[in-house]
Design a protein around this ligand. Sequence first.
Ligand code: HEC
Length: 147
Amino acid sequence: MRIKRFSPKLILTVVATVATTLVVHADDKPTRAKVDASKLPPASDKQGLTYTADIKAIFEKSCTKCHGADKQKAKLRLDSLADILKGGEDGKILEPGHSAESLLVASISCVGDEDDWMPPKNNKAKIPPLTPAQIGLIRAWIDQGAK
Ligand code: HEC
């Protein structure tokens, strides 16, 4: 039987891979929502999405009553791109390029803990859940860098 020694190059590759994985996951904050990505509505294939042109109106209709100038539930404002990128009391709510791992997407898709669904179930303002098409646009916008 021939015993093959591990080449230094292979060992380096393994070490580098492990190190990268550790670094990538070191910021395991709420942005990294642990959800089953297959349960999320798919991202839209629309290109060139921006907050101002495509996303602002959705948040204004369904979110800013509680996350805007009057009220800042969870210390979160969703009425400007800067505030959205800043996040809320638990930290960032999205990670540009990674919609499936963004807390924002988990919340609006109503997967996971019911207390985290947004807008909240049975809210007094009777704001309905976002549609799969709206969620798909928000996902694509995040995947394209949340510009
Ligand atoms: C009727 C009020 C209301 C509306 C409308 C609403 N939210 Fe919320 N939101 C809350 C409350 C209350 C919390 C805090 C929940 C908690 O701490 O359990 C919250 C928390 C959040 C959080 C977690 C922030 C953090 O740092 O913990 C996110 C993300 C969020 N909302 C997104 C949205 C989005 C996106 C919309 C619109 C689609 C929306 N919300 C609409 C009341 C609302």
